[in-house]
Design a protein around this ligand. Structure first.
Ligand SMILES: Cc1cc2nc3c(=O)[nH]c(=O)nc-3n(C[C@H](O)[C@H](O)[C@H](O)COP(=O)(O)OP(=O)(O)OC[C@H]3O[C@@H](n4cnc5c(N)ncnc54)[C@H](O)[C@@H]3O)c2cc1C
Ligand code: HEM
Length: 442
């Protein structure tokens, strides 16, 4: 079926990243996505009415060697459409891990059509900043189809072929429609000028960024950032302030050893530099119920989204009951506490805020000493509270575990563990025992 289609080379004329060396600083703002024409919507009549079983069955074949499957997929894609290579970063390891995890999650959750549509739509919106256009869907899904056939080998049947083709056509149509809708609403990416670069400690900087056009978000969300130094490499950073009238965003970045983007942002960026920003994403939100108090548990730069949430609650406080906020700010050593002055200003403006600095081990420290989850465990009462946790993935998992007997699960909020785990671990596809990501992954 696919062979009957127009297989014209799907090249990309869309520069989605700063080019490695040739793009001048002047050129970058002119590349704002707002100048792109919106993707065309596919006219194919496609339904979600296909047999899921042959697709799920084949997932086992793909999962037997995900690395080989993804290498095959991208080899097929780039052999048939060499210009599409330019959409992807130089190093593809992390991409292969992420694509396999997401694809496996979608396949595993295919029975829930509404959920699958949401995941595909969110992916499509995210993919706009990579420069993915309507014309790229067909070559990509043809490569997925070829990969499925290849992985099945002699087990490949006509039934499988029909199911996979229908599913992939449906994926493509849902994604193309969602991308087109999103293009009516917002650009695919923003350029942002760093208007303040405040190096707070050896490893942490607070950057204030001015997007070239309004970038809407709610407190608790994060954006993906790309730097001049690392074309096409996007990393997530939580926005550290509630939305402001002037549109400025703060991010708190900790340079990790050998980390590409974090080191670039902390050590190689300065006021006046340009970064690219993706649309805001993430599900952490200020709780709707104004009667509930908040307990915020921040490890290191995990402070960022929790400061934004705190600011949002403080900003929304009217004449009625002021919600109590307890903010635990955990660090290894007290010298890592990089934002106490701002937190103190917030506290003075909003006396119902209590800030508790926690250092892991330090003799004579004036705050609390101990591991953050253990200190939070001693919190007096979680009655009528929402708990927000942000920071390293280990801290989140441990705190969730520690609090599981004291706080109902639907009152505990944090960014998706799977995304954080991917960010933290050197990516490997050879971890065959790892379960596929759930469709709920970010
Ligand atoms: C939803 C979300 C929100 C995030 N918010 C923030 C934020 O507000 N502030 C912030 O600083 N970061 C945040 N991160 C992490 C951030 O996205 C990057 O993963 C991090 O900055 C490292 O990227 P890098 O390109 O510098 O490192 P990479 O080049 O990707 O990694 C290089 C090496 O460093 C290791 N590494 C990666 N992360 C860590 C780590 N945390 N500690 C030690 N080693 C590590 C890797 O295993 C790898 O070996 C967030 C991540 C997610 C998923
Ligand atoms: C169901 C289909 C698809 C799935 C499950 C999928 C999954 C993913 C995931 C999980 C990522 C990493 C995102 C991130 O790090 O934020 C990604 C990146 C990317 N995808 Fe897709 N994708 C799909 C379709 C497509 C299509 C149709 C294209 C068209 C070419 C495409 C091109 C890209 C590009 C260019 C990147 C950026 C690579 C990177 O930065 O690592 N994807 N994809």
């Amino acid at each position: 079926m696919a062979s009957a289609r127009n297989r014209a080379q799907a090249g990309t004329s869309v520069p989605v990243a700063f080019a490695t060396s040739t793009v001048s600083r002047r050129f970058v703002p002119a590349e704002s996505s707002a100048l792109l024409t919106p993707p065309e919507v596919s006219a194919k009549a496609i339904t979600a009415d296909f047999d899921r079983r042959p697709i799920r069955d084949l997932l086992k074949h793909l999962a037997a060697d995900p690395d080989a499957a993804m290498e095959y997929l991208f080899a097929r894609l780039f052999a048939g459409h060499p210009l599409m290579r330019a959409l992807f970063p130089h190093g593809m390891t992390q991409t292969r891990v992420a694509v396999f995890g997401e694809l496996a999650g979608i396949i595993a959750g295919l029975d829930d059509q509404e959920r699958t549509e949401q995941v595909l739509a969110r992916l499509a919106v995210d993919h706009r900043k990579f420069g993915v256009r309507d014309k790229h869907y067909e070559p990509f899904f043809d490569a997925v189809f070829a990969t499925a056939e290849h992985a099945a080998g002699p087990a490949w049947t006509r039934e499988m072929a029909t199911a996979w083709r229908s599913a992939l056509d449906w994926f493509g149509s849902v994604m193309a429609a969602a991308a087109a809708d999103d293009a009516d609403e917002q650009p695919a990416w923003w350029t942002g000028e760093i208007v303040q670069h405040d190096r707070r400690t050896e490893t942490v900087a607070v950057l204030t960024i001015r997007p070239d056009r309004p970038l809407s978000y709610v407190a608790g969300q994060y954006v993906q950032v790309q730097t001049l130094r690392w074309p096409r490499i996007w990393r997530s950073y939580s926005i550290a302030n509630a939305p402001r009238a002037n549109g400025l965003l703060d991010i708190h970045v900790r340079a990790v050893p050998g980390g590409m983007v974090s080191t670039a942002l902390v050590s190689h960026c300065a006021t006046g530099d340009i970064v690219l920003l993706g649309a805001a994403r993430g599900q952490m939100r200020v709780p709707d119920d104004p009667a509930r108090d908040l307990v915020c548990v921040a490890g290191g730069t995990g402070l960022a989204p929790l400061k934004a949430i705190t600011e949002a609650v403080v900003g929304a406080a009217g004449q009625g009951k002021r919600r109590g906020i307890t903010l635990y700010a955990g660090v290894r050593r007290s010298s890592d506490l990089y934002d106490l002055r701002d937190l103190e200003t917030l506290r003075l403006a909003y006396p119902s805020l209590t800030v508790i600095p926690v250092a892991e081990h330090e003799v004579g420290f004036a705050g609390r000493v101990g591991r953050l989850p253990d200190v939070v465990w001693t919190h007096e009462s979680f009655r009528d509270c929402d708990v927000y946790i942000a920071g390293p993935v280990g801290l989140i998992s441990r705190t969730v575990q520690v609090l599981s007997r004291r706080v109902p699960a639907d009152r505990v909020h944090h960014d998706p563990i799977q995304a954080l785990r991917l960010a933290r671990r050197p990516p490997r596809l050879d971890d065959r025992s790892r379960p596929a990501a759930s469709p709920a992954s970010p």
